[in-house]
Design a protein around this ligand. Structure first.
Ligand code: FBP
Length: 555
């Protein structure tokens, strides 16, 4: 078989050696865990404690210098699974985990479960060996073992998971995932403790959305690279806009719920309008108020003969608009309660009519008032965790349609004399598998290596935590945060469920305040910034810059 060809950049990038934090760089046997005080969930303490009687309240852990010779003596088998949406750097998490395990004892073994959590249930595995792994180091994507969104939730699935992991003699399972996947990891850790099965479960914070963070987790991996890619593309569009001066570009950016991606890209490129879902929610803005705000800027720019501009729309915006939030939440319940009936219906029209009959009058009226394309997209199946798939809802088109109507009215009244020609974009999948930036390459490798240290210490129900990220990688701190500490109770698929709390954009935080301070100027000018492509080689000032969000949050 001929050798697979790789690009010139991949060839050079394969030589990159991630920098490990000094504390763990001498190997897992050279550190010991230092435990903090018992922890509490972020809210709903009693309910969460009842649901996690065996793992609730564990202390957080920090690794400090020390000697643990037991670590090198034992031989362990670790399983790893990639769960949920892709994020740049996943391959380096696996590389760090593999290298950490082999450093502790070359006989340790790493097994990959294929295609996400379904690989555990269906027992689809591959042994990860050095030659196999070598072609994936420092590359983007999750293709090494692929990913999936299956949720392990029924008693039978938990039982099957236990059976399959025991059959492979797995001592620890590393779940690389976002908030939902790590909620699943927490439930598995609890289940194994309850069943007295000695398998540790360790999570790794992944998601381009940047919403898996808190006091202990400064950033989820992938956010850095993905936002750099979207910023490059957005900057290019700003430059095109400024050159042609004839279109309004509406760019919807991924981020299922929180608007962190949009905020970061906004700060990096300084376009004319940056919508933030959390602000919409806080101000209880209606769709038509959002549209009025955009129209106001379009009209003012038109008066300056500027019939062009760039608008950033977070994909989660729709769920933040109170009336839409109410509609989506009611739809979630109707869809969950009538799954079989709806599945049996063949046309969307039929489904829409059925659903509207089940909705309260005001919400049915709202549903009917939406353009067909949007109301249909609202009915698309929820993901296995019960989330509406906002990546499939073209909110930017809804806004444009409403803006056009408003501008026609204003024109009739002689209040607008411009020309509005809109172009839409959706940047999401373009950034999720990009080659990891130096930051993500190092961070992911450290997170993976650290998850090996947690596994070797038999610490279960912990999320791999690497901190002090604005410092150089050598100075990062390593440890673990109990998953139950991040839990809250939310309504999913019509039921109250424990979930890891999503971090939304903090309206009192510096990143948002920076936007607030500048946005009126950016609205009327062309103060665009052009970040350009990710740099992997060259001066430190361009190769190792972290996100504005991280820098400002950690100030
Ligand atoms: P995760 O939370 O699993 O990391 O995925 C986030 C995300 O990339 C969102 O930004 C986006 O809405 C969603 O995945 C798209 O999902 P899918 O890959 O199933 O189309």
């Amino acid at each position: 078989m001929s050798k697979q060809k790789i690009s010139e950049l991949q060839t050079e990038r394969a030589k990159f050696k991630p920098v490990l934090p000094a504390i763990i760089k001498n190997g897992p046997a050279k550190v010991i865990p230092k435990f903090g005080t018992p922890t509490k969930s972020v809210s709903d303490h009693e309910t969460v404690q009842k649901l996690f009687p065996n793992t609730y309240g564990m202390p957080s852990v920090r690794f400090v210098n020390g000697k643990n010779s037991e670590i090198s003596k034992k031989i362990i088998n670790v399983g790893v699974v990639l769960s949920g949406g892709q994020a740049p750097g996943g391959h380096n998490v696996i590389a760090g985990l593999f290298d950490g395990l082999k450093k502790a004892n070359p006989k340790n073994k790493l097994t990959g479960f294929l295609g996400g959590p379904s690989g555990i249930l269906e027992d689809k595995t591959i042994e990860i060996t050095a030659p196999f792994l070598s072609k994936y180091r420092n590359t983007g994507g999750f293709d090494i073992i692929q990913s999936g969104r299956t949720k392990i939730e029924t008693p039978e699935q938990f039982e099957q998971t236990k059976k399959n992991l025991l059959a492979h003699k797995i001592d620890a399972l590393v779940v690389i995932g976002g908030d939902d996947s790590n909620t699943n990891a927490a439930l598995l850790a609890e289940y194994f403790k309850k069943e007295k099965v000695n398998i540790s479960v360790v999570g790794v914070p992944k998601t381009i959305d940047g919403d898996l963070k808190n006091e202990q987790i400064e950033a989820s991996f992938g956010f850095d690279t993905a936002t750099k890619i979207y910023s490059e593309l957005t900057g290019n569009i700003c430059r095109d806009v400024n050159s042609a001066r004839k279109y309004w570009h509406f760019i919807r950016l991924m981020g299922r719920s929180a608007s962190h991606i949009t905020l970061e890209v906004g700060l990096k490129t300084q376009p004319n309008i940056v919508l933030i879902g959390e602000e919409v929610l806080a101000k209880k803005m209606t769709l038509s108020q959002i549209v009025d705000g955009i129209v106001d800027i379009i009209v003012k720019r038109a008066e300056m003969k500027k019939n062009f501009g760039v608008v950033l729309v977070p994909e989660g915006l729709i769920e933040f608009v109170p009336e839409m939030k109410e509609l989506i939440s009611a739809l979630n319940d109707v869809l969950a309660e009538n799954e079989a009936t709806l599945n049996a219906m063949s046309t969307l029209e039929e489904k829409k009519n059925f659903v509207c009959e089940k909705l309260p009058e005001n919400l049915a009226a709202l549903m009917k008032s939406l353009p067909d394309i949007i109301s249909s997209q609202l009915l698309i199946d929820r993901d296995p965790h019960g989330n509406v798939q906002v990546s499939q809802i073209e909110t930017e088109k809804l806004l444009i349609e409403m803006i056009k109507k408003k501008l026609v009215e204003l024109k009739k009244d002689g209040k607008y004399g411009g020309k509005f020609s809109a172009i839409t974009h959706f940047f999401g999948y373009e950034g999720r598998c990009g080659a990891p930036s130096n930051f993500d390459a190092n961070y992911c490798y450290a997170l993976g290596y650290n998850s090996a240290v947690l596994s070797l210490n038999n610490l279960s129900g912990y999320l791999s935590s690497v901190r002090k990220l604005v410092k150089k990688a050598e100075l990062w701190e390593c440890g673990g945060v109990p998953l139950t500490m991040m839990m809250t109770i939310e309504r999913r698929k019509g039921k109250e469920k424990p979930v890891i709390k999503k971090a939304l954009v903090n309206l009192n935080g510096l990143p948002y305040k920076t936007l607030l301070k500048n946005r009126d100027t950016w609205a009327m000018t062309e103060n665009y910034l052009y970040p350009g492509p990710i740099q992997y080689f060259g001066p430190y000032s361009v190769t190792d810059i972290t996100t504005i969000t991280l820098k400002e949050e950690q100030k």
